[in-house]
Design a protein around this ligand. Sequence first.
Ligand SMILES: Cc1cc2nc3c(=O)[nH]c(=O)nc-3n(C[C@H](O)[C@H](O)[C@H](O)COP(=O)(O)O)c2cc1C
Length: 188
Amino acid sequence: MKIVGISGSPRKGENSEKLIDLALEVAEDLGFAVDRVLLSEHAITPCTGCGSCADTGECVVRDAMTDLYPLIKSADGLIVATPVYFGCMTAQLKALFDRTLPFRKQGFALSGTVGGAIAVGGSRNGGQEKTIQAIHDWMHIHGMIPVGDNSHFGGIVYAPAESDLVGLQTVRDTAKKVCDVLEMMSSR
Ligand SMILES: Cc1cc2nc3c(=O)[nH]c(=O)nc-3n(C[C@H](O)[C@H](O)[C@H](O)COP(=O)(O)O)c2cc1C
């Protein structure tokens, strides 16, 4: 089974990408295949609401998202990390989320995918929980199965990530929960 980590930060090698690496290390240690989508490497233009995907199930916009559709669709689990920007996710991540509308038009292609969320802020209480809720909302709208960290809502981190030891544990626990739920589902 495969877990795909998505980082919504425009910054290469910073907190969100480190947290995705940490989450995917947990998944790899548990025997999962992993892959990454780093929005520091891809420019995704916003959805224009043209409605074409309602007829075809495909997006007419040709950009980085074109190659990301099959990768995201191939995931059994998705772990999404983002910096908190003004109390919510980055515009880069929101653009990716909005561009996933075609998956709904393909018979809810992400339905049943297990999802975990991670938010990192420059303030201790800077909106991480609200941001995780917004990520979970996207997951619910796709019929995904969002999970928390087996205690609360997901990975909640105060930057710099490496000094937030409690936050790092919520990230590991979120990744483990995604993996545990996938194992439970596959054993039925
Ligand atoms: C435009 C902007 C808005 C931000 N808004 C918030 C915020 O509302 N709450 C918060 O805790 N941090 C806020 N921050 C700080 C970032 O969340 C923080 O620096 C984060 O660690 C960046 O993640 P990255 O290192 O993965 O890019 C903001 C930063 C920027 C650039």
